[in-house]
Ligand binder design. Structure first.
Ligand SMILES: *Cc1c(COP(=O)(O)O)cnc(C)c1O
Length: 421
């Protein structure tokens, strides 16, 4: 199931009021659903000592959402300066923040060391010498290359720009020791939107094997392993959700076996984004035009600036029409935005009930990598974001962009630099 029945039952009856009050389009997120998913995650992984989720901030970077994560005891996985600053703004400090940057520059290293720092998760061996003040605790991102075949979205690890190669991993920790590191973590991320739980179990097995290898070579005992994000959600009706119960049980067995053999065991971290918030958000947009040419089109008042996934990956997002749940889906529509790109379509050749202008269209599963991936091409601006709170009230957690925001970076008078000739 896409969007939960519970979210639907709380949202759809108030949809018209929200549209009247806020106007469309907007993303709306479900506090109840996010908390349930978070608590469930903690519960199923409670067999693994020191389990912690580091919410991948890029999935839904909003302080009000991060505050929910903080409240559940989660840390934050960040990969840019702004993400770290936002995490600190909600109170995260030091080891609450993993900084998993890629192609990191000096300014980011300096920022990472400020305000109580964060856990540096280095993406390459060449970066060891570029860290200005080397921390006591260091983590590296491992890329297994040909040892794993990647999943569909993230691709083949050999082609992935992330992480250390297998041959570099021991040298990396040795160099880090030489620079004074005393505490160590190991990170990987080899999947995206993976629905097969056993892939994650294999990832846990893989990182534990690397721990064993590095311990043999350097005597290092790892404080934590981080198996990354990439936990999938069912976007399509009929898809089976990820079986985290079985996953957690099998991973717990691996950790128990590791402890029996090595007399210690690292803590386990993960950094899910999509799994935590993806199903707990949707985009509400109004049908404003109907067009019948070679196909039948429903034009809505938002576009790919609000949700890139269909255009970028051909991703399926389920579509509902408020109040028309019980009507037969006897029409075939392309649901489109107004951007001048032909891939600006939320749904292609989709069976839907008959839609009229003014109908409220609900695009499911926009709670992760939705608004966050938006852009301003064609000067199409990004919509507002709302939070449906547990008490039934609705909070505006980000306003929509307005033309002044768009024009703010432009110069309407000359601003010149004359290089010496
Ligand atoms: C994007 C990202 C995540 C989150 O991925 P999901 O598919 O949303 O779980 C986690 N870790 C890193 C390093 C990422 O880049």
């Amino acid at each position: 199931m896409p969007m939960s029945q519970s979210f639907k039952e709380r949202l759809f009856p108030i949809a018209e009021q929200l549209v009247e009050h806020y106007g469309t389009p907007f993303h709306i997120y479900d506090e109840v659903g996010i908390r349930e998913t978070g608590e469930n995650l903690k519960q199923v992984f409670s067999a693994i000592e020191g389990f912690r989720e580091y919410y991948a901030v890029k999935a839904l970077p909003n302080p009000r959402i991060l505050a929910l994560m903080q409240d559940m005891g989660f840390g934050f996985d960040c990969s840019s300066t702004a993400e770290v600053l936002m995490s600190r703004q909600v109170g995260a400090r030091g080891e609450d923040i993993m900084f998993t940057s890629n192609n990191t520059d000096q300014a980011e290293f300096n920022m990472a060391a400020e305000a109580g720092g964060c856990v540096l998760n280095l993406d390459d061996i060449s970066l060891i010498d570029k860290v200005p003040v080397f921390p006591e605790l260091i983590c590296f991102r491992y890329n297994p290359g040909p040892r794993r075949t990647g999943n569909v979205i993230i691709g083949n690890p050999v082609e992935a720009k992330y992480g250390l190669s297998h041959d570099q991993v021991v040298d990396a920790y040795r160099k880090a020791q030489e620079r004074g590191a005393k505490r160590f973590g190991l990170h990987t991320m080899v999947a995206s939107n993976e629905l097969d739980y056993s892939y994650m179990v294999e990832t846990a097995r893989m990182v534990l094997e690397i721990c064993e290898l590095v311990e043999q070579e350097l005597g290092i005992q790892f404080e934590f392993v981080n198996i990354g994000g990439g936990f999938g959600i069912p976007y399509q009706p009929g898809q089976q959700p990820l079986d985290i119960q079985t996953m957690a049980a099998e991973i717990a067995e691996l950790f128990d076996a590791f402890r029996a053999k090595h007399n210690y065991v690292p803590r386990m971290y993960m950094e899910s984004g999509r799994f935590m918030t993806g199903p707990h958000g949707c985009l509400l947009t109004s049908a404003i035009n109907k067009k019948e040419t070679y196909r039948n089109y429903i034009g809505v008042d938002s576009c790919m600036s609000a949700l890139m996934r269909p255009a970028m990956y051909g991703a399926y997002h389920h579509v509902d029409v408020v109040g028309k749940d019980t009507l037969p889906k006897d029409q075939v529509y392309d649901v489109v935005g107004s951007l001048c790109e032909n891939n600006d379509k939320f749904a292609v050749q989709r069976d839907l009930p008959k839609i009229e202008e003014g109908d409220i269209i609900v695009i499911h599963d926009t709670g992760a990598h939705g608004h966050a991936m938006g852009f301003q091409y064609n000067a199409r601006l990004r919509p507002k974001e709302l939070l449906l709170r547990a008490d039934g009230s609705v909070e505006l957690i980000r306003r929509e962009e307005v033309l002044d925001d768009y024009f703010a970076t432009l110069n309407f008078s000359e601003n010149n630099f004359q290089p010496n000739q």
